[in-house]
Design a protein around this ligand. Structure first.
Ligand SMILES: Cc1cc2nc3c(=O)[nH]c(=O)nc-3n(C[C@H](O)[C@H](O)[C@H](O)COP(=O)(O)OP(=O)(O)OC[C@H]3O[C@@H](n4cnc5c(N)ncnc54)[C@H](O)[C@@H]3O)c2cc1C
Length: 328
């Protein structure tokens, strides 16, 4: 392990000041970063502890929520407004990791947790363009059961591991950032990148840029929302495929819908094609299946993960059926 310095920031300005030196990493709950340092995948020279940033969850004037970057995953999942107005978010968080890890993990850290591709972690034996740019990708010809079927490239087939992020992608969340150039906001769906030729970059963040908060806009029908995760074990396993969805139905017709997919791409995958296919149409199983087929039309499975195609479609149809039943 490379030696590093440690400093605790009291607030965002402090964190930004401390975070601009080269090879500095922000430290949230440490549940991912510390593992990466131990495995020598990450080699920061300095850690800036950002758990002193806002840990508040506040209602906004418009009826949404502002969630500080240092809010722990457990606190967010248990918040009454989240459970009642955005149940998809609460369920997604509770589907991830373990109670102990959720107690430690922060919102900022969850957004920036890195892939669970085993080739990424195998520093001794495997080539990985995400860990060592330009070195190659041993996953593509390797064991690909957990890898991407949408939006992958010849440089990287890793998936994004977060459950919470899939819900945030469906909920039109907004990321609040602070960097050298000042504060800015970004639609959540634009935070994470597809791999292209540069899988070493998971997000569009600038070096040293800090996540300060996540904003959930009001989305009335998100009260009828849910998250379903399919995985190898009932707990403590990452998604093979997951669905975050919210559905509004009036007189048997779909008035509005939000869908995002997890476990299938390098980023939380907003299912815009499925949404477009559903809006204004009947809330029937045939329509749900047609939407799932439309979304997955460009899927490109690898040797071992063809099952994800059928699994994702089936899970999406089942989730939409449940939400339609609840709406009725
Ligand atoms: C055994 C195990 C099982 C797990 N299972 C799941 C699962 O099923 N589903 C799931 O979704 N997750 C799972 N996780 C991952 C877990 O959710 C993440 O480790 C956690 O959310 C990361 O949050 P953290 O605060 O500990 O981040 P850290 O480890 O502290 O940091 C992660 C990254 O975020 C950066 N960072 C942190 N805060 C900020 C900030 N404010 N601004 C900018 N950068 C920041 C850090 O520099 C680092 O790069 C699992 C983890 C473990 C160890």
């Amino acid at each position: 392990m490379t030696p590093f310095t440690y400093a605790r920031a009291e607030n965002a300005a402090d964190a930004l000041r401390l975070g601009q030196a080269n090879a500095t990493a922000y430290l949230g709950g440490g549940t991912n970063l510390v593992d990466l340092i131990r495995e020598t995948v990450a080699r920061p020279m300095a850690l800036v502890d950002v758990t002193g940033l806002s840990g508040e969850i506040e209602e906004t004037e418009g009826g949404g929520l502002m969630i500080g970057a240092a809010v722990r995953n457990t606190a967010l999942a248990e918040h009454l407004v989240v459970r009642t107005r955005y149940p998809v978010l609460s369920r997604a968080i509770l589907a991830g990791a373990s109670a102990q890890i959720r107690n430690m993990a922060t919102v900022g850290g969850n957004l920036l947790q890195r892939t669970r591709c085993t080739y990424f972690y195998d520093t001794d034996g495997s080539r990985c363009n995400k860990r060592a740019p330009g070195s190659g990708c041993d996953a593509i010809e390797g064991l690909t059961r957990g890898h991407a079927i949408l939006g992958a490239s010849s440089a990287c087939v890793a998936t994004h591991p977060s459950d919470m992020c899939v819900a945030l992608a469906a909920l039109d969340a907004i990321v609040h950032l602070h960097g050298r150039g000042g504060a800015r906001t970004l639609p959540f769906t634009e935070l994470h990148r597809l791999p292209g030729d540069h899988p070493e970059f998971d997000t569009v963040l600038e070096p040293g840029e800090l996540i300060t908060a996540i904003e959930l806009p009001p989305l009335r029908f998100a009260a009828n929302s849910t998250y379903r995760k399919v995985r190898d074990r009932a707990s403590y396993a990452f998604a093979l495929a997951s669905i975050a969805a919210a559905l509004e139905i009036e007189g048997g017709i779909i008035k509005d819908v939000r869908i995002a997919l997890g476990g299938v791409a390098h980023k939380p995958w907003r299912a815009s094609k499925a949404e477009a296919a559903l809006r204004g149409g009947p809330a029937t199983e045939e329509a749900f299946l047609a939407a799932a087929v439309a979304e997955m039309a460009d899927a490109a499975p690898l040797r071992d993960n063809g099952f994800k195609l059928a699994l994702t479609k089936r899970t999406l149809v089942a989730v939409l059926g449940d939400l339609a039943g609840a709406a009725a």
